[in-house]
Design a protein around this ligand. Structure first.
Ligand SMILES: [Ca+2]
Ligand SMILES: [Ca+2]
Length: 195
């Protein structure tokens, strides 16, 4: 009897170990790498910008008229009853602030729905607030007359199927920056996955 229970336990364990990676698997439905001057029509703001020889969607700044403040991604004909996972590379350019009067914010929101990403902590550390002394930045990029440090952060957003109405999803990416010429953002390598 004891042996039988042991055997059943082992079988159950093997089953659990085998099934868990499959359950977490997502299929990539769409990829946006923004390698042309204009992003595809699904994006409301379509300008792209080269950072280290790789084009991104951007730049964005909500306080500077030369740039867009946001972009909306419209996805139609999504598979019925399935949740969506969105991954992308977020570029924080310049001196984004985590606190005080100059604090910044970045959100992703389902249009007419909930906020699905709300960030107020950023990797943009500068020694003595000096633009030329960034810590752990990915690189530098020329914006206007100045070179600014940037940091890339991979982001994952899961959207439950209950938040997807009529197989359609409109996602608004928006920054709330205080710096007109010192802070920007861009995105790259957006992947839309279903499970
Ligand atoms: Ca790209
Ligand atoms: Ca700021």
């Amino acid at each position: 009897m004891k042996n039988r229970i042991l055997l059943l336990t082992i079988i159950a364990l093997v089953f659990v170990v085998n099934i868990s990676p499959a359950a977490a698997e997502y299929k990539t439905m769409k990829t946006y790498s923004f390698n042309k001057k204009k992003a595809p029509k699904e994006w409301s703001s379509r300008k792209t910008f080269k950072i280290a020889d790789d084009r991104c969607l951007g730049l964005f700044n909500n306080r500077n008229k030369r740039y867009s403040s946001k972009t909306i991604l419209t996805l139609a004909d999504l598979p019925k009853g399935q949740s969506i996972r969105i991954t992308f590379d977020m570029f924080f350019i310049g001196s984004w602030d985590n606190e005080g009067k100059l604090a910044d914010r970045f959100t992703v929101t389902i249009v007419d729905g909930p906020v699905v990403l709300d960030m107020n902590q950023f990797p943009c550390t500068l020694i003595n607030n000096d633009d030329t002394r960034p810590v752990n930045n990915t690189g530098f990029v020329q914006v206007g007359e100045r070179k600014r440090a940037y940091w890339i952060k991979p982001i994952t957003i899961d959207i439950p199927h209950a938040d997807i109405k009529a197989q359609k999803l409109e996602l608004e990416f928006k920054g709330y920056l205080t710096g007109r010429k010192t802070e920007f953002w861009a995105i790259n390598n957006v992947q839309i996955k279903t499970n």
